[in-house]
Ligand binder design. Sequence first.
Ligand code: ATP
Length: 449
Amino acid sequence: MRTLKPRANQTHRPARIQRLPERVVGLLREVGQLGDDRGYQIYVVGGVVRNLLLGHVTQDLDLTVEGDGIAFARLVADRYGAGLAVFERFATARLTFPDGLKMDIATTRRESYAQPAVLPTVQPASIEEDLYRRDFTINAMAMQLNPGQFGRLLDAYGGQRDLRARTIRVLHAGSFQDDPTRIFRAIRFEQRFGFRLERTTSRLLAQAASTNLIQQLSGPRLQNEILLLFAECDPARAIARLAQLKLLRFLHRRLCYTTNVKRVATAVPKALAWWARRFPDSAIDRPIVYLMALSSESSPVVVAAMIRRLALSRVHAENVSTGGRQVDRALKKLTNTGTVRRSQIFRLLADLSDEALVLLLAKQVSMQHGVRLGLLKRHLVAYVKNRTIKTALTGRDLQAMGLKPGPQYKTILGKLLDARIDGVITTEADERALAHRLLKKSVQQGRSE
Ligand code: ATP
């Protein structure tokens, strides 16, 4: 690939930056002035500029400074009473303004990669060099903030052209090698915007994907890319794209991407929508549901290895490891049209997270069996309601009744809860009576043993 040379393509149409909310434009003007007073050239860069040109909204702001980015960040933080976190190694700082706005400020830099797939070392450099180290042309544009230049677009590598052509293009042939996370980023932007990979970029990506480069990425970095991809609008399509590019093998080489998995992943949005309508207070970790769906037909050994590879947190790991057999077992019992007690359902589902319950529902949705789906939804509604039921008695009450320390506490309290859930008992007095009966039985059993 011919390396992209910077072109003198700098247009001054401040109108575009005015598309940001008024208070943000005001803030950027002031920050530009502050930079100017100190002799710094200040820019907004990357995704912010891309989104502005696409007419999309942007939450956080990325600024870059030709000069000392961290010193400038301190200045801005002081001026506006913003919270400040400094990352010396990367010459960046993150500001959180009192109204919640987040702003990253970095020093313009060049990057060099001692080895592929590891984090680069950075050195201060010009804005053109800073833009050149970026992932794709559409993310390699900047807008200046200094007064007199406010809103001037720097597009040295054809970012606007590629936005118009709806194309993802790397800036040089070694890009994926330097940083294989760009492989996943390319898919992320391709999917999000409905863009295409430019031909050479596509070839370079396939080439990089056919090597072991991605294997050299650390667990947390790979995890981050996968979860970001699964946080996009249509993760089922992103998964299909990963499969098409033979990238799933980097999660685990024996990960089973079957037609069933595909169907379940496609059914997740419906399950999520139903869940959100029914239980608006339950916040679901959506990317994890997709990771569970993706690994739901793989063996426990494969899932465990995938969890290790991605260095998932304990909570995520527990979640993902229940996505296969445990969910299937519960689903089978729940959609059985025979009668089941509410307490049985409770026991069946009690160990599953809400993400696992959404997956369970998605599995049923994917089977397109209306009657069973209706039944399952009723069970889930009852179950979630039953989760709020508590026993009036506690271990202390059992102790006061003379129960000796041991596993009986858990058993008896469990039975009391079951009876409450099934509506067999409704008052504290009922509970006490049942507890006495169970206690007596346990004493008798103890004697006969
Ligand atoms: P999003 O809307 O997903 O946040 P973004 O482009 O803002 O998209 P960030 O990850 O916040 O993505 O990165 C900000 C900018 O930093 C990018 O636009 C790009 O210019 C640069 N960048 C981020 N990651 C890389 C990378 N791995 N390699 C090169 N440049 C990168």
